[in-house]
Design a protein around this ligand. Sequence first.
Ligand code: BES
Ligand code: MN
Ligand code: ZN
Length: 499
Amino acid sequence: MEYFIESAALDQLTSDCVIVGIYENQALTAAADLLDQRTQHLVSKILQRGDLKGKNGETVLINFVPDSTIARILLVGLGKQAPLSKKDFRKALAAAIKTLKEHTLTNACCTLAEVEVSGADWTWKTRRIVEVFDDALYQLKPLKSIPDSSYALQKMTIWTPSKSLEAANIGLKQGVAIADAVALTKKLADLPGNICTPTYLAEQATQLAATKTSLRIEILEEADMQTLGMGALLSVSRGSRQPAKLIALHYQGGNPQAKPIVIIGKGLTFDAGGISLKPAEGMDEMKYDMCGGASVLGILQAAAQLALPLNIIGLVPTSENMPDGDANKPGDIVTSMSGKTIEILNTDAEGRLILCDTLTYAQKYNPDVVIDMATLTGACIVALGRVPSALFGNDDQLCQDLINASESASDSVWRLPLWEEYQEQLKSNFADLANIGGKDGGSITAACFLARFAETFRWAHLDIAGTAWRSGGTNKGATGRPVPLVMQYLLNRASGLNA
Ligand code: BES
Ligand code: MN
Ligand code: ZN
């Protein structure tokens, strides 16, 4: 869908549908009130019938407006007449777009940016409208011969008074870039493992770099990894017919002397577990084990689209993890690029093996900070459920900056500890460390493993196992998280908020 800002008087608009808000006490927003007056009180009459209580998320579509260039009015319940929480604002927007999708209109005008939201300005509200609407309209290019129902909506205008035009335009630009990034991430993650292979991911990254002059790409092949001594990464792809790749996307928008922000994403295009094979049930979902990697592509695309004044390097180690006669085996000992030896006690703990060599590789860029995103552990879902991503890090300021960004982006995180006591669990009889730390605190010991390869720079790790996709049922699919969070962090960095 395409998004525009509109500042013409509301009653002079031509639109298939205008979206307006109603509070729980039946109070009308300014836009609802104006349309009410111009339509011989159509809106209040409908409210008097009791068809809409004004509870957050309720909707009523007025399907016919006599003598008007506005064909329909969508009433959306906002809840209590007080500044809305960011969550309630999202809920109201999600309800509005859900209703619109079910009708045959091609354009609409949203007036909900006028609603007061705690701690949010016009830029934020405009951006959020684009993000929430676009998220709801996402469709994977159909792989079904008879596609599921589609929608007709093509154009959304966001109504803005002239005094807020500048703020709205910034929000629009950010919203579109973030929504596009989320859509790219979801698309790559939803594609099945037989289509989205490591080679496919590398091709997609190459295409992305070709469309943006500010992006440069480099792809390391297995032979290059061999030369670099990436024994941990290579041990994961041994069992697969698909060659592993290490994708490096460079975005240079900042001072050439400025240290880069390195963003790393786990790119397992399919994780069968290897010789430590996973159970059959739900194994299909392991095509999403590249959500972190897909997020890197989305983030670099958005950074280029917004011309952020930062230097960013995106690294995606990508591989399959398959059982095979040549696959790595429990008990195998490999030497990582850092020189540390690793005893592979479980071949299903492969994410940390491809990430540890990538962390070591990141060192060569002399990074300002390194942030990795990985669907790393099932234990993360046990600990935190599917609401926040788990945050770990060796630098309190960086973690705090990410927490702040997550709050403004409504893409939550919860910090877990990396205390040295946990390192005990990673001790091996035969190698420098083991790749698993037993059943206790699995998400933490995985992060502690990574920490051993991130000792020379400021580093944060996001375990997105529970947040990068919706599991099971018909609702299954990628969410695009943590793209909004990382984009907010980068926007904050760009505006000089965090040193
Ligand atoms: N990709 C999985 C983690 C995962 C599990 C993500 C479920 C999303 C949903 C990862 O590679 C893995 O298999 N981790 C193991 C680690 C264990 C062997 C220590 C796990 O979580 O079971
Ligand atoms: Mn695994
Ligand atoms: Zn995995």
